[in-house]
Design a protein around this ligand. Structure first.
Ligand code: XMP
Length: 307
């Protein structure tokens, strides 16, 4: 793809379509919404407002990183929705139910911010696999009706691109390398990496374990062979021993997969010293975890995430 040509043409089309109207985007900090945000900003400047919703389920340091990256680049609003998300999730164990609640609260929070802006358009970072895999059913031009009755025209400036092209475009637009090459992270965040009911404590434990895995995998350089590398906090407690005392803490799972498009995935042969280092660090630095185990199942039959 010729990036320069794509950027020029997209900017021209966006300006023609949007005119003087206001535009919003839900910026998650993921590659697709980040690239879309800077691309649309190039076209219409401060007519665009990016809204970032912190659901309290982000990775270690992620909220700060997203704010630092975009605060000075765009008209940017950051909303702390963590209390709202966590209280809606209280007592909920079922994985699909958790996902539904997270989606609903996200729309509630986003809608509240959107109302203040009176935008006509909503930018979405849809990319080609998103609509091809869902049967091609999404129309190029469509509207999105929010529960409050607000109707937004949806713009999808990168809908014909694939992930590698989006990454290239992001670099061309000056986004930091670290953001462009980061591993995919699910919308519901750590919620799918904490089995059973979500509590602040369990989220914090999963966050620490996940942070250690990322740090060690990236330090070793093995991340180049992986699509995703993360940890899952199970809802099981197992016996351990610390010093000469019996301990009783969580079972934590390391999951590392390689994949091209997440439709299928495999667990490659992993460096044993890396696995042992991660395991030792987690059991010594995260006092609530007594046992670390390694997932070896491919997709199919397993999915990449546990919930
Ligand atoms: P699974 O677990 O279905 O995941 O094999 C395939 C890819 O999708 C990501 N994933 C999600 N992404 N919302 C998202 O935005 C979700 O609810 C969700 N669930 C899974 C997962 O991380 C993997 O890359």
């Amino acid at each position: 793809m010729n990036n320069e040509k794509f950027i020029k043409e997209t900017i021209k089309n966006l300006r023609e379509e949007i005119g003087n109207e206001k535009v919003i985007i839900a910026l998650s900090g993921g590659v697709d919404s980040s690239v879309c945000s800077v691309l649309v900003k190039e076209a219409i400047g401060n007519q665009l407002t990016a809204i970032f919703v912190d659901n309290g389920l982000m990775r270690e340091g992620e909220v700060e990183e997203v704010c630092e990256t975009f605060e000075n680049r765009l008209k940017f609003i950051s909303v702390d929705g963590s209390d709202e998300f966590l209280s809606a999730l209280k007592g909920v164990n079922d994985a699909e139910e958790k996902r539904k609640i997270i989606g609903k609260v996200f729309i509630d929070v986003f809608q509240r911010e959107a109302e203040k802006i009176q935008a006509k358009y909503l930018v979405q970072g849809t990319i080609a696999p998103d609509w091809i895999e869902s049967g091609g059913g999404i129309k190029t031009h469509h509207n999105l009706a929010l529960p409050n009755g607000m109707v937004l025209d949806v713009l999808e400036p990168i809908r014909d691109l694939y992930k590698d092209e989006v990454r290239e475009l992001g670099l061309e637009l000056g986004l930091p390398e670290k953001l462009i090459h980061r591993q995919p992270f699910p919308g519901p965040g750590l919620a799918v990496r904490v089995l059973g009911e979500l509590t602040r404590e369990k989220i914090a434990i999963s966050k620490m374990g996940n942070h250690i895995i990322s740090e060690e995998v990236e330090k070793s350089g093995f991340n180049k062979n992986l699509w995703q590398y993360f940890g899952v906090l199970t809802d099981s407690k197992v016996t351990g021993v610390k010093g000469d005392q019996r301990d009783f803490g969580y079972l934590f799972v390391i999951r590392m997969v390689s994949s091209i498009d997440a439709m299928t995935a495999m667990v490659p042969e992993l460096p044993w010293d890396l696995i042992k280092t991660i395991s030792k660090r987690i059991t010594s630095e995260v006092k609530e975890i007594t046992h670390v185990t390694l997932s070896v199942s491919d997709k199919p039959p397993s999915t990449i995430e546990f919930e």
